[in-house]
Design a protein around this ligand. Structure first.
Ligand SMILES: [Zn+2]
Length: 199
């Protein structure tokens, strides 16, 4: 029976790899993501020039799987996100009160981080759509930031839907009318969300 061409395309771009039990595991080195069948279940692995991620998706001990083990990894090539970037965005977000606003943080190996405000297509209380930023060669759009205006920082169901299907960091700032704003930061891996320490 021949394989459907659509399936071969999907499986080639996003395979499931069996982690070797005796040999050496070769981490993903090309931008993309794939799944790993390991001794303890199913993992996701993703690579971008700025991050390497390996995290469990579904762990199990019931059935012995004849594969090797892998460890949890989140390896950001720039180390930590400078807290000053969030403060810089807070200044912009306060100018927009009581409306929301958004920005992105671009990172390049040579020039480091840069905050870029995003133009809004529609800015209403609780609903904003933003223009997608254009990045140059060698630049990576790594963080999406948005504000919740007067409301606390948290990731809404709408944020979850917006952040699915991408590998990026998202941050939300809230309570911007107060002296100390609230902040939540997470790493998004194709719909898996991992809370990151803020600064
Ligand atoms: Zn939000």
């Amino acid at each position: 029976m021949s394989i459907d061409l659509r399936d071969s395309a999907l499986q080639a771009s996003c395979p499931t790899v069996m982690v070797p039990r005796f040999g050496t595991f070769q981490p993903l080195q090309e931008p993309g993501h794939r799944f790993l069948s390991a001794a303890d279940g199913l993992w996701i692995e993703a690579y971008r020039p700025w991050v390497y991620i390996r995290q469990p998706l579904a762990l199990q001990k019931t059935v012995a799987m004849p594969y090797g083990r892998v460890t949890r990894e989140i390896d950001l090539s720039f180390g930590k996100i400078p807290r000053g970037l969030f403060d810089e965005f807070a200044v912009l977000a306060r100018e927009h009160l009581p409306n929301e606003c958004a920005a992105c943080i671009v990172w390049s190996e040579h020039n480091g981080f840069e905050l870029r405000p995003l133009g809004s297509i529609k800015a209403l209380h609780g609903f904003v759509k933003y223009e997608r930023p254009i990045v140059a060669d060698g630049e990576h759009l790594i963080i999406d930031l948005h504000s919740h205006g007067l409301y606390p920082a948290f990731f809404s169901g709408r944020d979850d839907r917006d952040d699915r299907g991408e590998v990026k960091i998202t941050g939300v700032l809230g309570n911007l009318d107060q002296e100390t704003y609230s902040l939540e930061v997470r790493l998004c891996v194709q719909g898996l969300f991992i809370t990151l320490p803020a600064g």
